[in-house]
Design a protein around this ligand. Sequence first.
Ligand SMILES: Nc1ncnc2c1ncn2[C@@H]1O[C@H](COP(=O)(O)OP(=O)(O)OP(=O)(O)O)[C@@H](O)[C@H]1O
Length: 338
Amino acid sequence: MTASSTPLPFPILIGDIGGTNARFSILTDAYAEPKQFPNVRTADYETIDEAIQKGVLDKTSVQPRAAILAVAGPIKADEIPLTNCPWVVRPKRMIEGLGLVDVLVVNDFEAQALAIAALSDDNRERIGNASGDMVASRVVLGPGTGLGVGGLVHTQSTWIPVPGEGGHVDLGPRSKRDYEIFPHVETIEGRISAEQILCGRGIVNLYRAICAADGATPTMSDPADITSHALVGSDKAAVETVSLFATYLGRVAGDMALVFMARGGVYLSGGISQKILPALKKPEFRAAFEDKAPHSALLRTIPTYVVTHPLAALAGLSSYARMPANFGLSTDGRRWRA
Ligand SMILES: Nc1ncnc2c1ncn2[C@@H]1O[C@H](COP(=O)(O)OP(=O)(O)OP(=O)(O)O)[C@@H](O)[C@H]1O
């Protein structure tokens, strides 16, 4: 066992730090259920250290010795700025100030990937007819503030989470209608990446492009307004937006399944998937997912799910904390010790 794969000492503070909310729990040992703390709103505290002190440590007599934190953003140095939130994670300062001896920081979609290694039927909703829990590679896509993608490769009896920037792959037109709409989709440096459509801001982008293609004036600018009108069928452009969103999400999900040979399943996480679940259960998502000649037969066998676990990232990190040897999680350059 290398130094970097030595288990972290219990009790372990587990944290999922999002742009708006941070969620924490403490795992006292490998067998206990995690002790859950109320969500902390990131805007309520100036620093993450203060949030951990007041939101967790002041509320319990258990003093964690280690911490595993999932953050949105690249982990490159001793100071880790978060995307979409002014907090900076400084593991060395946490060790000095919070009484910790060991801090591991991972990417948020690695945590999501850890979670999909074992999700019970209570914590996922199946889309389409393919089913089964084959022990094989998986992939998770999460449309939220952005589009996160994480692979979970299964090899040599080990689950290996693969972080990446899969949300930024190109997304191209396919149908006649796509060719009418795509010229109006806002680009990023001339490119339509998947994230230009498959996230909160992307829903608005797609809705505007549909209106532009039809010569109509857009009336909505909030993704939640568009999806709620779509779900009740009260606005034609909104209905088409969500239908095409499901198609494009299926198209990209199918691509990711091909890349990772994800026979074990493709999972949709992120705030938006749960909110538009009825739309994802309509035929469009699955049809686009399976429409992958010459590999449609393979795609038809791959199950797709929406993750409904309210705290999936925390659950994934807890599985790792309990049984690190089951996961090939790289800790190089992301683990700090006293
Ligand atoms: N009902 C809805 N329909 C469509 N989009 C929505 C809806 N509600 C929120 N959104 C959009 O979802 C995005 C937020 O996604 P999500 O809740 O997954 O947050 P996140 O990126 O995971 O951050 P955090 O971890 O802080 O919650 C925002 O762009 C928001 O506008």
